[in-house]
Ligand binder design. Structure first.
Ligand code: TXA
Ligand code: MG
Length: 350
């Protein structure tokens, strides 16, 4: 299959691109598109054959359900059989936005889209191109992150092309995404809402709207083979760069000293070292391939570049990578959830 890439830049051309992408989706094809979190790999969510193509293109295990993207609240009636009051409050406050809610599904949603589950994950993205594409594609677009299964999620169209060239019909290039890590997922199908995946919208922001919610216990630690996280995707190995990654956590001076000392040791053995630093600290490292992930004073600048930095190290010759830790702020849980997975949970406290 030939993959066409269209850059969204001017209004008249954009309408034609969205119309063509919509036709592809209605006919059961695949279109990758930007959202405010990461790029998505879209297919018609109500067509099991179209969803099956997503699993094939990503190499994704078939028990890992897809998120259905909608563009307006009316769309819920057809796919959700129970819509609790608390969910209405969250939708009113956070949609369109980086929050995915899980509900009991109707028969309109094929099991091929939900990985065999009786629930469906739904999200209304806060991104003009995504919303127009959803409308143009028939209103229900299943879209996982547009990466090969196991690789970092794409935050630029170039990342999508790297993984999906020849496997999808079209990639819409809308430039860099805003948030850079995937949406917060909350299960609204039980008695008490449960956060299954942390994201930009954190627990206290949600609790300010609907009162107490729980956190799935697998969020901040490694899942072992006997456990079943409620979001099936959370059990898979994820985001790992080719080089072995270790996180160094502690106060800034100790972290810099430790990373510099590891860099000396590895480079003495002829192994090139990668370092994930921040704008504030990048100048403090004397050796290695140093990449700044963003500004410590601005967490979104860190989440925005996290996956890009992990991908970029694969294009260098580094044999090991050391990263500073980013657990401090409001998005700390969400950022570290991804970074710890990428590191296979290797973290050294200094
Ligand atoms: O920000 C995002 O959410 C991006 C953009 C493209 O919207 N999408 C995304 O999709 O991250 P994906 O497929 O990469 O991650 C979806 C996660 C997986 O961990 C999956 O197991 C979980 O959501 N999930 C989907 N439906 C579920 C359900 N019915 N019950 C429990 N977990 C579900
Ligand atoms: Mg994903």
């Amino acid at each position: 299959m030939k993959t066409v890439v269209y850059k969204i830049d001017n209004e008249r051309k954009n309408r034609e691109i969205i119309a063509e992408a919509g036709r592809i989706l209605q006919e059961g094809g695949l279109v990758a598109f930007p959202t405010e979190t990461v790029y998505g790999l879209g297919a018609n969510a109500l067509n099991a054959d179209a969803s099956a193509k997503i699993y094939a293109a990503k190499g994704r295990p078939s028990d890992n359900p897809l998120i259905v993207h909608i563009a307006d609240m009316k769309a819920l009636d057809n796919i959700v059989s129970e819509f609790p009051e608390k969910a209405r409050k969250l939708a009113d406050f956070f949609w369109p936005g980086p929050l995915t809610m899980i509900f009991r599904k109707t028969d309109a949603v094929p099991y091929g889209t939900t990985g065999g589950l009786d629930t469906v994950a739904v999200r209304m993205p806060n991104h003009t191109i995504a919303l127009e594409l959803i409308r143009s594609g028939g209103g229900y677009i299943a879209a996982p992150s547009a990466n090969t299964s196991g690789r970092p999620s794409p935050t630029l169209a170039e990342h999508v092309l790297e993984d999906m060239d020849g496997k999808v019909d079209m990639i819409i290039d809308g430039g860099a995404v805003g948030i850079g890590i995937e949406s917060t997922i909350i299960d609204m199908s039980g008695e008490v809402p449960v956060i299954l995946r942390p994201g930009f919208i954190n627990q206290s922001m949600i609790e300010a709207q609907i009162g107490p919610v729980q956190m799935d216990k697998t969020i901040s630690r490694q899942v072992d083979a006997t456990e079943r996280p409620k979001a099936p995707g959370m059990k898979y190995k994820h985001y790992a760069p080719r080089a072995d990654l270790t996180i160094i956590e502690g106060d800034e001076a100790a972290v810099v000293r430790t990373i510099n000392s590891y860099a000396d040791q590895y480079e003495a053995k002829g192994i090139q070292v990668g370092i994930i630093a921040t704008d504030e600290t990048a100048g403090l490292y004397q050796r290695g391939v140093v990449m700044s992930i963003g500004r410590r004073s601005d967490e979104v600048s860190i989440s925005q570049h996290l996956f890009q930095v992990l991908r970029e190290f694969d294009h260098t010759g580094v044999g090991v990578i050391f990263s500073e830790s980013f657990s401090g702020g409001e998005m700390g849980l969400a950022i570290m959830n991804r970074l710890l997975k990428a590191a296979g949970h290797k973290k050294i406290d200094v």
